[in-house]
Design a protein around this ligand. Sequence first.
Ligand code: FER
Length: 247
Amino acid sequence: MFIDCDGIKLNAYLDKPADNPEKCPLCIIIHGFTGHSEERHIVAVSETLNSIGVATLRADMYGHGKSDGRFEDHTLFKWLTNILAVVDYARSLDFVTDIYMAGHSQGGLAVMLAAAMERDRIKAIMPLSPAAMIPEIARSGELLGLKFDPENIPEEIESWDGRKLKGNYCRVAQTIHVEDAIEKYQKPVLIVHGDNDEAVPYEYSVRFSKMYKDCELVTIPGDNHCYDHHLDMVTDAVKEFMLQQLR
Ligand code: FER
């Protein structure tokens, strides 16, 4: 299934709870940088939500998974425009009651930013190991562990997997102020983060979680960026938080 975003086709997966209720809430789920909607941790979160009566809408973002666009051309602005289109699509579905959002890493950051824009429509959010430090490190002249002059942005940055990322990614990231988005979104937030994360340091979630008005931080002890050790603890945290919201 595809969701149109101004002529860009976004590959998406809509999954309803097994008993196929007439009406139910829906949670949008967004993958991370270089990721996609069929990753193990994304599917696990989706299946957990389906098991407690919540439909899910997993969408591949611009330049990722089976969506249109080239990886090297993706920016946070494009992802945010994508998420606005995904929310509009979710709102157009007759069976949907309340809408929630979850996102992993760069998808977690994108969800934090989009939730501020859609604060009247999104009932709660779950940023998982959110890469919320990207804008500030981009301003200081660092991305993907590579250092550069923040006033003379390189044409290209090489990603972990050897793929190139254009400088526009950095130009966009430098303009974003996560603190403003955090202040704007005053509804419930669950942040989940492994304290041995090799890609996004856990300490950022300690800091950002304190800035939200209503945020719970669940720490996954010893776990890494994609929860290779305790994915069950991640899905338990998601389940418990969502059951609280549904009460
Ligand atoms: C970075 C650190 C983490 C970065 C991106 C990420 C583009 C995103 C990780 C993810 O989404 O899994 O420096 O720069």
